[in-house]
Design a protein around this ligand. Sequence first.
Ligand code: UDP
Length: 341
Amino acid sequence: MPGESLTPIPQGPVLVTGGAGYVGSHAVRVLHAAGVPVAVLDNLSEGHRDALPREVPFFEGDLLEPERLTEVMEAVRPRSILHFAALCYVGDSVREPERYHRVNVGGTRNLVEAARVAGVQEFVFSSTCATYGVPEALPLGEDHPQRPISPYGQTKLDAEGVLEEAARGWGLRIARLRYFNAAGAAPGGAHGEDHQPETHLIPLVLQVALGQRERILVFGADHATRDGTCERDYVHVDDLADAHLRALHLLQGGTADIACNLGTGTGHTVREVIEAARFVTGHAIPSEDAPAREGDPAGLVADGRRARSLLGWSPRRSSLEQILEDAWAWHQAHPSGYGEA
Ligand code: UDP
């Protein structure tokens, strides 16, 4: 399992916000398995209690309730925070930008203030390649200008700014980890992706394979890519989790500020994903071309060299086939997600 090669972190528990969500819960399990003491704060608006080991302390609470944050800090007394809790739908963010700013930026501000009072020293933040906007060239390096084209991307960039202020202002050590496309499921399929409603390509494709949907719509067939469909850099959630553990080690060792892309450096088009899913599942998976989705750049592929050199991170389960195999195991075992866990 990713993370096993690292020695457990000796000092202070790690508070994981959004730890019942998709990426957060995988990170909690990887940290827990590596012997790192963790506690979870989640408002369960999107997350699932069943995604977490029962023995991990769980606090229900919202980033918009500062008093609750204070209570949780006093109960957990964390040395470090991994901050996953956020609203994450680009489309929703266009319709409800104020809510996205309130939760993603205001919530992060509340959390950082509570962290300052509690004496938290390290803070690892789930950021996104959506902070870059439309790429000037691929692959995308960390020094690419950050000019988001969606309110979602803007809120994540603003939250990065909140952390930079705290780093400068009172010495919080920070990591901004900019994910490309999180995908996959725990090996064996006991845990995986369960969004309501589901909007992401891989779970939707697998729902077609399961017969839960008739076809997959391909958003845009004349993008400037090798087959006209959007190209994305899919990275396995357990590899993302491993990168968080590595970032935490570096910060706890004294590194002040990390900004890293988390992607494999290899892109796959929508048609390639569908074709690979046909191969992995053995199902036909009908597809139909549909208009491009607004705000979708043609290609998003990471330059992942900094994560490799700085974090010593190398994705282990992020081949497209492995991602699909793990996700397929999860979807087959849990056709209604955690509702049937
Ligand atoms: N996509 C698609 N059909 C769908 C859902 C997604 O063609 O039903 C495409 C989408 O346009 C994007 C890629 O699949 O190019 C990945 O989309 P997803 O929503 O999974 O992640 P995003 O790239 O938006 O973070």
